[in-house]
Design a protein around this ligand. Structure first.
Ligand SMILES: [Zn+2]
Length: 80
């Protein structure tokens, strides 16, 4: 399931939304559709600030779960 993280440009609220096809999510706080899509926490964390401060490009990418993503299924880690 493709779950993306968005930030509302109107009220700055950050939220996650399940996006199917060409669906455009709306802000749950103000219903605005003026949103910025953020990089998923999974990809963002592993690229910029991993738990050990290093980029994780070793065997973790082949493991069954994403080590830095609590959800375990995000678009970036390809495990969804
Ligand atoms: Zn909003």
């Amino acid at each position: 399931m493709p779950i993306y993280e968005y930030q509302c440009n109107a009220c700055q609220k950050e939220f996650e939304a399940l996006v199917l096809g060409s669906d455009t999510p709306a802000c749950p706080a103000c219903s605005s559709r003026d949103l910025s899509r953020l990089m998923s926490r999974c990809g963002f964390v592993s690229k910029s600030a991993g738990p050990g401060g290093e980029t994780q490009v070793t065997s973790s990418s082949a493991s069954s779960t994403c080590s830095s993503c609590s959800a375990g299924s995000c678009a970036s880690c390809g495990m969804g």
